[in-house]
Design a protein around this ligand. Structure first.
Ligand code: NAD
Length: 338
């Protein structure tokens, strides 16, 4: 049995990943999370399983991280803990550098010291377990596209927000450990995720929440910004596949080939709500959509070419946007109606 560390496991993707791993592997999972505002406290405290241990702690605390690795001897790491909201990174960039860059460095260096004797030589205890560090990153490191083209694994990095710059910096650190020390890391750069347990501040929960409360549904700028959406469980399956099968030092773009404009997302959700929970006055929810001042430096379009992960690792998303968004709206209806 492997000892798997998931950082940020009380957050949106991390909590879905833990459920996925418990159902699809026999390993013991350790969920390390600081429980920032973004964490789901219900999941952290109330989700119980005999192969799951919750540890409250900060990846920026180097001494704590070192002690934890010594104690539990993790041999696989899914690193998701991060500050993840672009708007917050514009208001308060410092914590993004601290968590996303320094926190990643602590985990990397501690894993290196636990697993390796010297560059390219594993300690005897880890020679057979084949340790692996999966760094979960974003397509936002590539910057913004015009109407044509896709991000591939060789697209040069051009991050444009403090969030994406901090993620880009952490990606570079990870790759530097691969090249310098032969450290067994892999990176995934994924497009926008959606699904259950995403924080209320993100686009899809905002649209549902505001619609149901009768408030204006805010859409940045002209709403024409395009994102490539992937259902969260499909991302989790990709992460499991990459950690288990990818060659050290590789990076994989993960995306659902679902390019949709923000304004179309809002209309799509409003239409589902019109059917499943119509407004009492009979008006369409779309009448609440309101354009608001654009986010500074708002990237126009992200689009992933997932050919590498599809061909090399045989990964394909199971959900279409139509099926995934329906499940997502149902989940938020239960949350916001209760
Ligand atoms: P999230 O904000 O929902 O969750 C982040 C989790 O990390 C929270 O539970 C938080 O408490 C924890 N955390 C924050 N700082 C910490 C610290 N210093 N120590 C320990 N734990 C800490 O984020 P998410 O949307 O689940 O994203 C997870 C990862 O996936 C991030 O690295 C993000 O960059 C990446 N990613 C997200 C998306 C997306 O669409 N959400 C897409 C691609 C990549």
């Amino acid at each position: 049995m492997h000892k798997i560390l998931v950082t940020g496991g009380a957050g949106f993707i991390g909590s879905n990943l833990i459920e996925y791993l418990l159902a699809n592997s026999s390993d013991h999972i350790y969920n390390l999370d600081k429980l920032t505002y973004a964490a789901d406290l219900d999941f952290a405290h109330n989700f119980k399983h005999d192969r799951l241990t919750f540890i409250e702690g900060d990846i920026c605390d180097a001494a704590f991280v070192k002690e934890l690795f010594q104690k539990h001897q993790f041999d696989k790491v899914y690193h998701l803990a991060a500050e993840s909201h672009v708007d917050n990174s514009i208001e308060n960039p410092q914590v993004f550098v601290e968590t996303n860059v320094n926190g990643t460095f602590n985990l990397l260096h501690t894993s290196y010291q636990l697993w390796m004797e010297q560059p390219r030589v594993f300690k005897t205890a880890f020679q057979t377990t084949q340790p692996r560090f999966l760094h979960i990153s974003t397509d936002e490191v590539y910057g913004s596209l015009e109407d044509d083209g896709f991000f591939t694994e060789t697209t040069p990095y051009a991050p444009s927000s403090p969030y994406s710059a901090s993620k880009a910096a952490s990606d570079h650190l990870v790759m530097s450990y691969v090249h310098t020390y032969g450290f067994p890391a892999v990176i995934t750069n994924c497009s926008n995720n959606y699904g259950p347990r995403q924080h209320d501040e993100k686009l899809i929960p905002v649209v549902i929440r505001k619609a149901l409360s009768g408030a204006p549904i805010p859409i940045y700028g002209d709403g024409k910004n395009v994102r490539d959406w992937l259902y969260v469980t499909d991302h989790c399956q990709a992460l499991h596949t990459v950690l288990e099968n990818a060659v050290t030092g590789e990076n994989y773009n993960v995306g659902g080939k679902n390019e949709i404009r923000n304004i179309d997302i809002a209309h799509h959700i409003c239409k589902i709500l019109d059917e499943v929970q119509p407004r009492e006055d009979g008006q369409p929810y779309a009448s609440q959509i309101t354009y608001v001042k654009d986010r500074p430096g708002h990237d126009y379009r992200y689009a992933i070419d997932p050919t590498k992960i599809e061909e090399e690792l045989n990964w394909q998303p199971a959900e279409t946007f139509t099926t995934g968004i329906k499940k997502t709206v149902e989940w938020y209806l239960k949350k916001y109606n209760s």
